[in-house]
Design a protein around this ligand. Structure first.
Ligand code: GUN
Length: 281
């Protein structure tokens, strides 16, 4: 069994990105800029946003985090997004999700200029991805594709099962796997005989958001298992969607949690910001 070390790959890519960024600054006087907007006090979001800021600064980007109170109105948030849409110093705009209940998430994601939508959540970018002309790709599935590349996982003709149908992970993941010539099934919490279906997979990507949901009964001998889960167990420990200890001996390759998909997600967000700066300056 090979452990897919997302942290090591992310560290390597971040170092390369810092080098590219320094060169861009020297040769063109261009510094990629990323704005992250956080509304409210969600504890997990606070951690994610801090990590994004740290990563942007380490890459040599201009980084701004706008922390807004829970009481911020939708109109105030939309005004702020428009301000950054217009400001050429900022190449990437990310609004951390989830948003407070009183703000319409779809409206907010629509408001971000597609050219600056480094999350790839704007319908224009989602549509481009689905029509095979991807520009901005959601970071988590993009990071998983990088891991397949690094570990030379040949996807052509393989049976891939994605458990989870979110716009952030499941749907774009399925599309990217299809682009790489895998035969893809999207499964979810309502899928009948889920374990049996998952057991058909050469490639199993799990993004269902339930701690230790996938047991060895879900996994074919020799499958590649990617765990997108970030859950807390009853002791507050970070755990994946996959029961690592019993699945690892069955799998040919597997990502750990932490240290697997998570670090790659942030790295891809930075890559995407760098690319956006190149395209739009
Ligand atoms: N919340 C959880 N994951 C994400 C993500 O990838 N992007 C944003 N904007 N919010 C998130």
């Amino acid at each position: 069994m090979t452990l897919i070390d997302g942290k090591a790959l992310a560290t390597k890519m971040q170092a390369e990105l810092a080098t590219k960024t320094a060169r861009l600054k020297e040769e063109k006087g261009l510094i990629p800029g990323l704005v992250v907007i956080l509304v409210g006090e969600d504890a997990a979001s606070q951690v994610y946003v801090r990590n994004k800021e740290r990563s942007a600064l380490a890459a040599g980007f201009n980084s701004q985090v706008v922390r807004l109170p829970e009481t911020t109105t939708e109109a105030e948030l939309l005004d702020l997004i428009e301000k950054y849409n217009q400001d050429e110093a900022w190449h990437g705009i990310l609004v951390q999700l989830p948003l407070p209940e009183h703000i319409d998430e779809e409206k907010v994601l629509f408001a971000i200029s597609p050219e600056k939508d480094v999350d790839g959540f704007h319908p224009t970018n989602m549509g481009k991805l689905w029509s095979g002309h991807a520009v901005m790709v959601p970071s988590t599935p993009a990071g998983i594709m990088e891991m397949f590349k690094e570990y030379q996982v040949d996807l052509t003709g393989k049976s891939a099962v994605v458990i989870g149908r979110s716009n952030i992970v499941g749907k774009p993941m399925a599309q990217l796997l299809m682009d790489a010539n895998a035969t893809v099934t999207i499964a979810h919490s309502r899928t009948k005989n889920l374990a049996e279906l998952a057991r058909q997979a050469d490639i199993l990507v799990v993004a269902i958001g339930r701690g230790h949901f996938v047991t060895k009964e879900f996994v074919k001998e020799g499958a590649v298992v990617i765990d997108v889960g970030m859950n807390r167990d009853e002791n507050g420990k970070l755990i994946g969607d996959v029961k690592f200890d019993e699945v690892a001996p069955v799998a040919s390759m597997i990502t750990p949690v932490p240290g697997g998909v998570g670090p790659m997600t942030i790295t891809m967000l930075m890559e995407q910001t760098y690319e956006a700066a190149l395209r739009n300056s």
